[in-house]
Design a protein around this ligand. Structure first.
Ligand SMILES: [Zn+2]
Length: 301
């Protein structure tokens, strides 16, 4: 018997154990964009990017760009990493239709968390898709949480000097969504411990103080690498490609190479904000570069 089409259905939450911690990746939102070569191709010939896409069975032009905050429940505290797009599109006329609505709060609710359950929010960096869910219509979304951000990141946007025209709207969003939270924010540097088991790792380049976080519990560990790599094929295959979204492009390349080398050498599990959901995998050496190996059932057994 014929039945009507039900439309796409896809996972938006993935929860697993990491030692004694419980972790959860949340698909806040996703965008489908055109221009894989322009955005992620680093100035390589479009034909080269198309070949790379073909070799990985992905569309040579359109790409999916997910936004994936992470929750770590240490048993003592619930720590959220980044807040996604939130109500950016609803609160800013200029962003309507340009950024997707964030679904973090409703998906946290599906997973059993209320906004007041979040104790600590680590902001990896202050680009709008990472702080968009801090406030909605001028009100704090997570009023009980304290914030953690790299001093270098906060100071860069606060100072507001030498910011490119392209990043002026980012600075404006920082003023609205992050600066008002300064009183409840702890400013950190690389190596600092956020809570027991979670440590900051310098990943600057994509932004002035981009911070990755190393999470370790009972002999298991994982790196939340945030925006170290922005596309799961292009960035590991060609870490040397410079990307327009990286605020300091040369430094971002050096950081990408350092973190890819470290995660592959140490066989370190990784989660990345813009990696395909559930955004967990490993980095493997492949020729002169690397490849992203998505997790399968490793965390389920
Ligand atoms: Zn991002």
């Amino acid at each position: 018997m014929a039945s009507d089409m039900k439309g796409p259905l896809r996972p938006t939450l993935y929860r697993f154990k990491l030692g004694a911690f419980e972790m959860m990746n949340v698909l806040d939102s996703l965008a489908v964009r055109g221009g894989l070569a322009d955005v992620h191709g680093g100035g390589a010939a479009p034909g080269e990017v198309a070949e790379l896409a073909k070799a990985h069975n992905i569309d040579p032009d359109r790409f999916e760009h997910p936004f994936v905050p992470v929750v770590v429940n240490t048993g003592k505290q619930v720590v959220l990493f980044d807040t996604g797009n939130g109500s950016l599109a609803r609160d800013n006329e200029a962003l309507k239709g340009r950024v997707p609505d964030g679904h973090l709060v409703e998906r946290l609710a599906q997973a059993g968390y209320k906004p007041d359950d979040i104790d600590v929010i680590c902001i990896t960096h202050c680009h709008p898709d990472h702080i968009g869910g801090n406030m909605s219509a001028g009100k704090e979304v997570f009023p009980k949480a304290r914030y953690v951000v790299a001093a270098a990141e906060f100071d860069y946007w606060k100072k507001n000097e030498g910011i490119s025209d392209a990043r002026k709207p980012t600075q404006m969003q920082f003023t609205k969504l992050m600066a008002p939270l300064a009183d409840k924010t702890t400013f950190i540097k690389s190596g600092d411990e956020v809570v027991p088991g979670i440590r900051a790792v310098d990943a600057s380049g994509h932004s002035a103080g981009l911070t990755a976080f190393h999470v370790e519990s009972a002999g298991k560990s994982l790196l939340i690498w945030a925006d170290t790599c922005l596309h799961y094929v292009c960035a590991p295959s060609h870490p040397e490609w410079t990307i327009g979204f990286d605020d300091d492009q040369q430094k971002a390349v050096a950081t990408r190479k350092r973190i890819l080398a470290m995660t592959s050498a140490e066989k370190m599990m990784v989660t990345g904000f813009h990696m395909p959901f559930p955004s967990i995998g490993w980095i493997e050496k492949a020729g002169n570069a690397y490849r992203w190996v998505p997790a399968t059932y490793q965390m389920n057994i």
